[in-house]
Ligand binder design. Structure first.
Ligand SMILES: [Fe+2]
Length: 385
């Protein structure tokens, strides 16, 4: 049976300089010693230091732990738990990209449940409310600050594992636009196409609802208007940066409720070729949209119109097909190739890659509007080559 759920953080505070309100929310949620989870790049940019100094003025001690690397594994979460307990912290702040935020949520959940992170994995197995957590994204893409999921890697099997829990939802999300103003172009492109893919897959998902649809469509419109601008203009186009931060959060809310689709389902093996998560889903997006077209013509026509108003006057079938053309153009403008061969994938690799993606992310394929069998997955990989 298909179903839709709605999850939402307790508080979402949005605006330039909102990071300076972090101490208010720490006090509000009873934090007296705080673990600020981040990575080394973000620490260098100084944002965690700003939070620590603000807390210090309120006589709240904070420890910065910056050992999260991209695609965090279970060992990273265990080390975060050690940092949390050795410093006797009772509130977690996650500030960074999706990897940092996923790790921070997992640390807060496992800490409150007194268990190894392994026991918290899976769908809604966590029994106790997590430690309070404040999530502050520094990129505009993953939407992790808005979701109930932590995506992690089990280092023993090298497989992707997920922790889904309503207790993963933030007590406060702080969307401070200023933190994204100086994102490098490549990060802007990779994370931004991830956000657009979240919104498109949530909108077309078998598990979507009118609530998730309206938020997804808003995200698609904003990303269509602002993503390429933010990539090309960077710090010179602040409205585009703000638009993408909003698009990313909205897309996160929509896919948190509606789920994702086959672009996310088939993309994971590309990470082994040093392709970022966002870029990998971007590679598959036009191929999956083309594959899905006959099953979701009406929604794809609406996507095309959200991305380009002039499609509203086209017959539905034509507008739906145009959505794929528009996505290819956006990818081109972002200098993202949608061909696997451009990422070092060899023809002989693709069958095993398709099999591994199919077996490890079947959950995402269920919400995809068109059914995807193992044979279909291999065929899509071949087309994407
Ligand atoms: Fe994603």
């Amino acid at each position: 049976m298909n179903y839709s759920r709605i999850f939402f953080p307790n508080v979402v505070e949005t605006g330039e300089g909102a990071i300076h309100n972090t101490p208010y929310w720490v006090k509000h949620f009873g934090g007296n010693r705080v673990l600020i989870i981040t990575d080394k790049n973000i620490r260098k940019l100084g944002f965690p230091g700003i939070i620590k100094a603000g807390l210090s003025k309120e006589n709240i001690e904070a420890v910065i732990w910056d050992d999260v690397s991209p695609n965090p594994d279970l060992l990273t979460v265990r080390k975060g738990l050690e940092a949390l307990s050795s410093n006797k912290c009772n509130l977690v702040i996650g500030i960074g990209g999706g990897s940092v935020i996923d790790a921070a949520k997992a640390v807060a959940v496992a800490a409150a449940n007194g268990s190894d992170i392994h026991e918290c994995l899976g769908l809604y197995k966590v029994l106790k409310r997590a430690l309070p957590k404040i999530l502050i994204p520094t990129t505009s893409g993953t939407g992790s600050e808005a979701t109930q999921a932590s995506v992690l890697v089990d280092e023993r099997t090298d497989k992707k594992v997920v922790l889904y829990s309503e207790y993963n939802m933030a007590e406060t999300v702080i969307l401070d636009y200023e933190l994204t103003y100086n994102l490098p172009p490549r990060v802007t492109a990779d994370t931004g196409i991830d956000a657009l893919c979240h919104a498109i897959e949530a909108f077309a998902s078998n598990n979507s609802s009118s609530f998730t649809d309206s938020i997804a469509l808003t995200a698609i419109k904003k990303a269509g208007k602002y993503l390429v601008r933010a990539y090309k203009e960077g710090n010179n186009d602040k409205p585009a940066r703000r638009g993408m931060a909003d698009a990313s959060f909205n897309a996160g809310v929509s896919f948190c409720g509606a789920g994702l689709g086959a672009a996310h389902g088939l993309a994971y093996p590309l990470i082994k070729y040093n392709v970022s998560h966002g870029r990998s889903v971007g590679v598959f997006l036009p191929w999956i949209m083309k594959y899905n077209l006959p099953y979701t013509e009406e929604k794809y026509a609406l996507i095309a119109t959200a991305l380009d108003e002039s499609c509203g006057s086209l017959p539905q079938k034509e507008a739906a097909a145009k959505s794929v053309v528009i996505i290819k153009k956006i990818l081109k403008d972002l200098n993202i190739s949608y061909h696997l061969k451009d990422y070092g994938v060899k023809k002989e690799d693709i069958s095993a890659m398709a099999e591994s993606a199919f077996l490890s992310t079947g959950r995402l394929l269920k919400s995809n509007p068109a059914p995807v069998t193992m044979e279909n997955a291999k065929e899509i990989y071949k087309r994407a080559f």
